[in-house]
Design a protein around this ligand. Structure first.
Ligand SMILES: [Zn+2]
Length: 588
């Protein structure tokens, strides 16, 4: 029968326990000199050897043929303890036996002398899970324990234990095992298992296991089952970890504030079923490494990596200011928290990457500090190198609006221009809308470009809604149901294309079914980009169709962001412009 590695290689004597010499030495001498406490408390994070030491100790004090403090592992008692037939060593999982009745039972039972062994040993795992009443019952036993009973309590969360319990136990704090020590042990085990384990793969496992030997051996186990030659790549695959290179690439994209690159990389990793939570952890670790590189003189003492990696880390760290790194850590740790609670981890990761690339979308202090430090760096560079020649063209409108205007301008024949200005009026000015007046100021602006007089006369002929008086009357009426196109009766003639009609005026009842007019749709996109800049360019040249309560959006190119996120941002903007409530769908 196959036995998992961490069971198979579980140490059987104190000397084999890895990474806890301060504990094993003390226990060994206590057993040897028969200076045993009544109760022991083993604390420390998972997989650090608490249960292993508890098992060895319980055998050692009962062994018929002890070997200088260690159990012989051969006598009747030792073998009985190993295969679970010895009734005097009792393991209790407090997570599932946490009530007072369980502890009362234990207390009553402990009054009887052990059946075979010298001591009856109770190993209570995860003891912090006991209820208050159970703790009180346990305390009574700990206060006056029978001579033949020993308790070994183990917990990962010692702060949850009542001080009354703590004060009655001899306490041992198990440390996280150093990665190097774990890696050595893994190499040893792999060799005995006739598997080839590369050194960097062993270090990688050790790093992922975060000080826990059990996790490390479990990961080695699954790596060996994939391939008898365990390389770092095999480990990465098994752990759902992205390769170092991918992480570094992602970090470079963040440093360059290249949102699109970050998101497409995330998409790639997502499709390669890389674990999003692990990705966030890994990024957090890297930014921590950068901070150490920048602030500590000898980072190699604090960072687990090879010399080559350290050189790469130093180079990457130089891409960021301290404030940027702190901001990034802030974002990433927040994401690590929220990702545990969400259904859609990918959206969380995307939002994190967007925030990392554009601190300007954040307003918290860390983000502002990051931006200030960036400005300071730019200013220092200016001071050092002098001002560059002024650019020839003065600042045009912002990149987003310029971009958005472009398709409109291309689409329009000059002669049609006046129409567009008419179309603008009712839709684009929410402020004016507030005052119950549709704007005429827009006309003035555009008349310079497009001959407003013509437009106005044309308007009067065929577009009734532009009479402000009529609008004023129309507004107080409650909006009609979405699928009843209120606008229809107002339309002058049937053959008018639906797109034009829609754009010309979005009736109070909402846009009628059919394709959304390009110009109107572009307005939606501009507004969307203004409300959430990372979406800039993503829906350029897309189109949309209204049908009942569904707005179908046809993007012109693959979306770099998750649809959920885009929908979230698009819904309010679309509803504002099109005056209907929608469910948004994407169609390619
Ligand atoms: Zn023995």
């Amino acid at each position: 029968m196959y036995q998992v590695l961490y069971r198979k290689w579980r140490p059987k004597v104190f000397g084999d326990v890895v990474g806890q010499p301060h504990i094993t030495r003390t226990l060994l001498s206590e057993v040897r000199e028969n200076r045993l406490a009544h109760a022991y408390l083993f604390t420390g994070s998972r997989g650090t050897g608490k249960t292993t030491c508890a098992k060895i100790l319980s055998k050692a004090i009962n062994c018929l043929n002890p070997q200088n403090g260690d159990p012989c592992n051969e006598c009747e008692i030792c073998r009985g303890a190993d295969n679970g037939t010895l009734l005097d060593i009792v393991e209790i999982d407090a997570a599932s036996n946490r009530g007072i009745d369980d502890i009362r039972l234990l207390r009553d039972e402990s009054n009887f002398t052990p059946a075979q062994a010298a001591y009856r040993v109770y190993i209570i795992d995860e003891v912090h899970m006991l209820t208050i009443e159970a703790f009180n019952a346990l305390l009574k036993t700990l206060e006056e324990p029978p001579e033949h009973v020993k308790f070994i309590l183990a917990t990962t969360e010692v702060h949850k234990l009542p001080s009354t319990i703590l004060s009655r136990c001899q306490r041992f704090d198990f440390r996280r095992i150093e990665p190097r020590v774990i890696a050595e042990r893994l190499m040893y085990v792999a060799q005995r298992e006739n598997a080839v384990l590369h050194e960097d793969a062993a270090m990688l496992i050790a790093r992922i296991a975060d000080g826990g030997m059990r996790d490390a051996l479990s990961l080695l186990d699954s790596a060996i089952s994939v391939s008898s030659e365990v390389t770092a790549a095999v480990v990465s695959d098994c752990a759902g970890l992205m390769g170092r290179d991918a992480i570094y690439e992602l970090v470079r994209a963040i440093a360059a504030a290249d949102t699109a690159a970050c998101l497409s990389m995330l998409d790639r990793l997502h499709n390669a079923s890389c674990d999003t939570e692990r990705l966030v952890t890994e990024l957090t670790n890297q930014f921590r490494n950068f901070l150490i590189c920048k602030t500590v003189e000898h980072p190699e003492n604090l960072i687990v990596c090879t010399q080559d990696e350290l050189a790469v880390l130093r180079g990457l760290a130089d891409l960021f200011t301290n404030e940027q790194i702190l901001f990034s850590l802030n974002v990433l740790t927040g994401t690590a928290e929220s990702i545990k609670r969400t259904q859609n981890r990918r959206v969380e990761a995307e939002m994190a990457l967007i925030r990392l690339c554009s601190p300007e979308t954040d307003t918290d202090t860390a983000a502002l500090l990051a931006r200030i430090s960036k400005l300071e760096a730019a200013l220092a560079a200016l001071r050092a190198n002098g001002l560059p020649a002024a650019p020839v063209q003065t600042a045009a409108p912002s990149a987003t609006s310029a971009k958005a205007e472009a398709p409109q301008a291309e689409a329009e024949e000059p002669s049609v221009a006046p129409q567009s200005l008419a179309e603008d009026a009712p839709v684009a000015s929410p402020a004016a809308e507030e005052e119950d007046l549709f704007p005429f100021e827009g006309f003035g602006q555009e008349s310079a470009a497009g001959g407003y007089a013509n437009a106005f006369s044309e308007e009067e002929e065929d577009d009734a809604p532009f009479d402000p008086e009529e609008l004023r009357q129309a507004r107080p009426a409650p909006p009609a149901p979405a699928d009843e196109p209120q606008a229809e009766p107002e339309k002058p003639s049937a053959p008018e294309p639906p797109a034009k009609a829609a754009a010309a005026s979005v009736p109070a009842g909402g846009l009628p079914d059919g394709p959304v007019d390009t110009k109107l749709w572009n307005k939606v996109i501009v507004d969307l980009e203004l409300s959430f800049p990372p979406l800039t360019g993503m829906l350029t040249s897309s189109s949309a169709v209204v049908s009942g309560a569904v707005l179908t959006v046809k993007p012109a190119k693959p979306l770099l962001l998750g649809e959920e996120l885009i929908k979230m941002k698009l819904v309010p903007v679309a509803e504002k412009h099109l005056r209907r409530k929608f469910e948004i769908r994407f169609k390619y």
